[in-house]
Design a protein around this ligand. Structure first.
Ligand code: NDP
Length: 321
């Protein structure tokens, strides 16, 4: 591995979801020897698809594919065409100097002519003390990881988007009953996901409701949720064995605070239609800069764009010298 003071890497990719790995495939095939700093514990290389079950909307898989399998294929493809991988987390970046400088939590340092940021987004939490206390004791944000534990039992899913309904549908395969708790009376999820959930006899809805508290911290496991009906102002206890939080995501951009322009929610601002950030030579692709589509296939597409932009930028850099 190149440490600071040694060779300057042409392309360093931070993150290893569909955006990062597609950028790696394109950069490697352009002979740019990309280094993918793919993330290590507590992060999961591969990103959000590693905690997704069936992926039915990624083109090329007529029968669908499991999220982790799709990511393994992408990683193997990137490695086969020459991408290098480092299973560590980037802990510090300096985009104010050229070449750019990156440090990892494994005490490695790299200089890079271009950086492609594909750090994605992470699940949001409700922020209740009981949610934190019962995390891993019946509270989860990943049905495919933890659904198995709720075979024949009752669970609650919080949220009204595609993630919530996907989790609900998945959990309904094993749970005896799934109650989707949503703060409004209409869902944000796509029509096809809504129809699937409405048609599933195991799935019920608690409309206009929010969770005030998850019971029972004293017992050390989930026994129910205290629901507040926002329309009637009534409060009731809904007994349940598990609570799955599926209320969206926030971008993983803390590392870049003060270095790149971001919007009020922390998403990296890119030039419309292009993966250019506020710093020339630093590119962003995938969910870390996408407030609109957030799909694996759009992330992959923007990763391709970022690699092509990096290649063009490097050519210009060479012309200058
Ligand atoms: P979304 O932002 O689409 O939905 C979040 C949901 O959680 C909303 O219904 C929102 O309510 C609710 N919510 C947010 N904050 C809170 C809170 N504090 N308390 C209670 N409820 C809250 O996120 P998703 O993760 O569902 O989806 C993200 C993107 O990924 C979307 O573009 C989606 O289409 C896509 N996706 C696609 C899938 C597929 O095609 N198979 C699968 C999963 C995701 P409200 O509606 O009132 O704002």
């Amino acid at each position: 591995m190149n440490n600071s003071g040694g060779d300057v890497r042409d392309v360093v990719i931070v993150g290893s979801g569909p955006a990062g790995l597609t950028a790696a495939i394109y950069a490697a095939r352009a002979n740019l020897r990309p280094l993918v700093i793919e993330g290590g514990a507590p992060n999961l290389p591969g990103g959000q698809l590693m905690i997704t079950s069936d992926v039915e909307n990624f083109p090329g898989f007529a029968e669908g594919i499991l999220g982790p399998e799709l990511m393994e294929q992408m990683r193997n493809q990137a490695a086969r065409v020459g991408a290098e991988f480092l299973t560590e987390n980037v802990s510090d970046v300096d985009f104010s100097r050229r070449p750019f400088h990156l440090k990892t939590d494994g005490e490695r340092e790299f200089d890079a002519n271009t950086v492609i940021i594909t750090t994605g987004a992470s699940a949001k939490w409700l922020g209740l003390p009981s949610e934190t206390a019962l995390y891993g004791k019946g509270v989860s944000a990943c049905a495919t990881c933890d659904g198995f534990f709720f075979r024949g039992r009752e669970v609650v899913v919080v949220g009204g988007g595609d993630t919530a309904l996907e989790e609900a549908n998945y959990l309904a395969r094993m749970a005896s009953k799934v109650t989707v708790v949503h703060r409004r009376d209409t869902l944000r999820a796509s029509q096809i996901m809504q129809k699937r959930a409405f048609d599933n006899p195991k799935i019920e809805f608690a409309w206009n409701s929010v969770i005030k508290e998850i019971k029972d911290v004293g017992v050390g496991k989930v026994t129910g949720v205290v629901l507040h009906d926002l329309k009637t102002d009534e409060t009731r206890l809904l007994p349940t064995d598990g609570v799955f939080i599926a209320i969206g995501h926030s971008p993983n951009t803390k590392l870049f605070a003060g270095q790149l322009q971001m919007d009020e929610n922390g998403y990296i601002i890119t030039t419309p239609g292009r993966p250019l950030t506020s710093v020339p030579g630093v590119f962003a692709a995938g969910d870390v800069q996408d407030t609109l589509y957030k799909q694996a296939v759009t992330a992959a597409g923007s990763g391709c764009m970022a690699a092509m932009e990096a290649e063009r930028y490097l050519e210009e850099l060479e012309d200058e010298h």
